[in-house]
Ligand binder design. Structure first.
Ligand code: GUN
Ligand code: FE
Length: 520
């Protein structure tokens, strides 16, 4: 590592077998909307795409046909269903226990992979001092250390593994200014099988810490290298890894650099991510540095950096004019409540953004301004921060619900990263990016008492379980993770194999638990 060959062997290139999933499926396909579907059959094809969804399949309503026989009779032999090539499929059944459910993979729209070792360090130090004391020295070492490739491999492998184990199937990452280790990071995403956006940090001046910056020329060369490399290593027909244009934030970027990056985004049709209005001192600094622009947001707009592919992280102290501009330009916000609390940046009025301004809001861990790499924890923090805001303002309207939190963690994230037609919920045609939640694993921090177990169709109790998951759950409840239809995390105790079924020539099913995989 890193490989010099154009292709890397990776989980992201593993063959996908047609799989039939059966169990409770929960998702938030739109703002304020949650759907809880029991006994749902979901077929995922060899491209990792959801082929059909059959909610509430009850054998008793179908002549006692098992889900498998139902699938063979109704879906398997459809003319558009590649039958000739499909001799076998897998059956994954979690329908028997309603404390287990499928949920879309989380999407982390703002995370600094390079800062992962600093998680938990720097409590309460305001942004500009925090950057100088903790962040810039660590990021710089990705360029200056002699052993930078093995150093980066350790950190980057760990952060990808940790986020996957927490159910994050897609993330928009910042790396550092260094191109070699950023390319290595892209390879590691494919090796681990996570969908990801690779943001080499761009910054051409840095007064507080002047050894960590690049020239405009170096930035251009590095961006060219990364765009080329990522294109080469992506598996055929799957864009699992994408470069993202990443001006760090206005205070460390010249106007020329901002303009180059805006133009590059248009030329290469690439998304953009940056920070905005995180901290009041930072907002004042931007006002001093760009006196000709009437707001922080307009600095980015002036350099063609605001469009539907732009993710603006933090957005704590926006003016109403800026909110209007952000809405007009169709940008998304990445709300980072863990970080905004840890380095005391402020409380973003997210309810207003979502419901009054109509801006798309997603969630970011902002590792390591945020101390936790789990989006589930960020959902919890988003809700708690909104309650504090509501208490300060004495206005109930600021309170976010569990549904709001889960929506921002999935569909809001999918919209932010430009993948709303590909991931974020369980609609037909989308990729199967999913996590299996089990609230009753033996080491779970969630306690479910017997009277709290939902019966089939009991939405009230199911909603209570979602509260338990968000407020008491953690990575121990995320037992399996699929990305693009591939199982990339499996924590089940004995790693038991799911049932495998073989289609005989007559179109009937044979097989069962632990049956060997067979070719016909
Ligand atoms: N603003 C500019 N750089 C950073 C960073 O690395 N983290 C956070 N939280 N804010 C920033
Ligand atoms: Fe950040």
């Amino acid at each position: 590592m890193p490989s010099n060959s154009n292709k890397v062997h990776a989980k992201a290139t593993n063959t996908i077998h047609y799989t039939l999933y059966y169990g409770t499926f929960i998702h938030t396909p739109a703002l304020s909307t949650i759907e809880i579907n029991f006994n749902t059959l979901v077929g995922v094809n060899e491209e990792g795409t959801i082929d059909f969804v059959h909610p509430n399949y009850q054998p008793s309503e179908h002549n006692n046909k098992s889900p498998i026989q139902f699938f063979i009779d109704n879906h398997h032999q459809q003319p558009n269903n590649n039958y000739r090539q499909r001799h076998h499929f897998e059956f994954v059944d979690y329908s028997h226990d309603l404390t287990k459910f499928f949920f879309p993979g989380f999407i982390d729209t703002h995370i600094h992979a390079s800062q992962f070792p600093n998680n938990g360090i720097g409590l309460g130090v305001p942004l500009m001092d925090w950057l100088k004391t903790y962040t810039f020295p660590l990021e710089e070492s990705f360029s200056t250390r002699k052993d930078k490739l093995s150093f980066a491999t350790k950190i980057y492998s760990k952060v990808i593994q940790r986020t996957l184990e927490n159910g994050t199937t897609c993330a928009s990452y910042f790396t550092t200014i260094d191109p070699e280790t950023s390319n290595l990071f892209a390879e590691l995403l494919l090796i681990k099988g996570q969908r990801g956006f690779v943001g080499k940090v761009c910054m051409d001046h840095n007064e507080p810490y002047d050894t960590y910056q690049e020239s405009m020329d170096d930035c251009i060369k590095s961006m060219d290298k990364i765009i080329k490399h990522v294109n080469e290593i992506n598996p055929d027909d799957e864009k699992l890894v994408v470069p993202i244009i990443t001006p760090r934030f206005a205070p460390v970027c010249s106007r020329e650099l901002l303009k180059y990056l805006g133009d590059l985004s248009i030329r290469e049709n690439l998304p953009i991510q940056t920070h905005i209005s995180e901290n009041k001192t930072e907002v004042e600094l931007v006002r001093d540095l760009f006196p000709d622009c009437d707001s922080y947001a307009s600095v980015y707009d002036k350099h063609d950096l605001l469009n539907k592919g732009t993710i603006l992280a933090h957005a704590v102290h926006l003016t109403s004019k800026e909110r209007k501009l952000i809405k007009e330009k169709n940008c998304s916000i990445s709300h980072c409540p863990t970080s905004n609390t840890f380095i005391s940046s402020g409380e973003a009025p997210v309810h207003t953004y979502l419901y009054n301004d109509g801006i798309n809001v997603s969630l970011g861990t902002d590792v390591s301004g945020g101390f936790d790499s789990s989006i589930l924890q960020v959902v919890k923090h988003a809700i708690l921060v909104s309650h504090h805001l509501s208490m300060h303002k004495d206005d109930e309207k600021n309170k976010l619900s569990i549904i709001d939190g889960l929506y921002m963690a999935t569909m809001g994230g999918a919209k932010a990263v430009g993948l709303k037609d590909l991931v974020g919920d369980f609609k037909v045609g989308k990729k199967f990016d999913a996590q299996l939640i089990d609230l009753t694993t033996s080491d779970s921090n969630v306690d479910v008492f017997s009277w709290q177990y939902p019966e089939n169709g009991d939405l009230g109790k199911m909603n209570d379980l979602l509260g338990k998951w968000v407020f008491n759950g953690d990575d121990r409840n995320c037992v399996k993770v699929w990305c693009n239809g591939r199982l990339v995390i499996n924590k089940e105790r004995n790693h038991h194999r799911d049932d495998r079924w073989v289609i005989t020539n007559g179109g009937t099913a044979s097989g069962g638990k632990e049956q060997e995989w067979c070719e016909l």
